[in-house]
Design a binder for this molecule. Structure first.
Ligand SMILES: NC(=O)c1ccc[n+]([C@@H]2O[C@H](COP(=O)([O-])OP(=O)(O)OC[C@H]3O[C@@H](n4cnc5c(N)ncnc54)[C@H](OP(=O)(O)O)[C@@H]3O)[C@@H](O)[C@H]2O)c1
Length: 273
């Protein structure tokens, strides 16, 4: 049966369909944002070693009245730590900063050439040892996934990619769907850049919702996990208030039609960091 709040990963782990992203949030802002998010009903937080705020995420989780089992915590191994033993070490550092005994999801942050297959072996080991409930990748194109799946024991459960109405990533989504890889959207709001789009505004006005809520609802109805970032309490509350309405097939089609394959972030086939 369809669960409006959780999606099942291939290993039956239940992942919240919506979480809080904390990229570009300072330490103190992060701690406060995670606290507000949990109060507002969020159970999933997406951080990364490179964001430099794992400690503050951990502090907020420690103060939260919500039990560990109800929370879903994601972090990522950064590019300079990729490789087998360096990833195992990076994982332990992240876990310590987050003040956790296990992670819900650990992701490879970018497909660093000549490294990501070794990095993946480390994630498989950590998964087999029960230190992570689910493992996945970010910014993998189908050809990266092909080369990984060719040698891997475990197929990634998640692919977290840049995805919003101006970059709908139909090809990666259809590849992932065929292989039971759940797609997760980063920069779902295009970092705020599409929040004055007239077509989205028309749909938003009709539903008495904001443009941000329309975009996040489009994600949910596409079975795309979404992790909008905000450090503003009103916007944190606004972004989770998307479970009391539905977009019609016509609304969904008009949002699909906004795609222009326009990236905000780096191209996974051409990055140098
Ligand atoms: N795997 C990767 O390579 C990767 C790359 C980038 C991001 N990510 C993850 O994805 C998360 C989300 O992406 P993102 O942070 O790049 O961008 P985003 O979520 O698309 O947009 C965040 C921006 O929109 C503003 N905002 C949030 N809610 C709003 C609302 N309801 N109305 C108006 N403005 C709103 C935020 O400002 P305020 O904070 O002031 O509200 C912030 O400036 C990140 O935080 C991170 O966890 C992953």
């Amino acid at each position: 049966m369809y669960d409006p709040y959780y999606i099942s990963l291939v290993n039956d782990v239940k992942m919240p369909r919506l979480g809080l992203g904390v990229y570009q949030a300072s330490g103190p802002d992060t701690q406060q944002a995670v606290k507000w998010a949990i109060e507002a009903g969020y159970r999933s937080i997406d951080t990364a070693a490179i964001y430099g705020n794992e400690t503050e995420v951990g502090n907020a989780l420690k103060e939260s009245p919500i039990s560990r089992e109800e929370l879903f915590i994601t972090t990522k191994v950064w590019n300079s730590d990729q490789g087998y033993s360096t990833t195992l070490e990076a994982f332990e550092r992240s876990l310590k900063k987050l003040q956790l005994t296990y992670l819900d999801l650990y992701l490879i942050h970018w497909p660093v050439a000549n490294k990501y297959l070794d990095t993946w072996r480390a994630l498989e080991k950590l998964y087999d040892e029960g230190k992570i409930k689910a493992i996945g990748v970010c910014n993998f194109q189908p050809h990266h996934l092909d080369s990984l799946i060719n040698v891997a024991d475990i197929i990634p459960m998640i692919n977290q990619i840049e995805l919003h109405p101006f970059l709908s990533q139909e090809d990666v989504r259809s590849y992932c769907k065929q292989r039971n890889i759940v797609v997760e959207a980063w920069s779902p709001l295009g970092r705020g850049k599409m929040l004055d789009n007239p077509q989205l505004k028309e749909i938003a006005d009709r539903h008495k919702k904001s443009i941000a809520q329309i975009i996040l609802r489009w994600d949910i109805q596409n079975d795309i996990v979404t992790i909008p970032k905000s450090v503003n309490q009103n916007r944190i509350i606004e972004n989770i208030d998307i479970f009391d309405f539905s977009l019609s097939p016509e609304d969904m089609a008009s949002i699909n039609a906004l795609n222009k394959n326009e990236r905000i972030g780096d191209d996974p086939d051409n990055f140098h960091f």
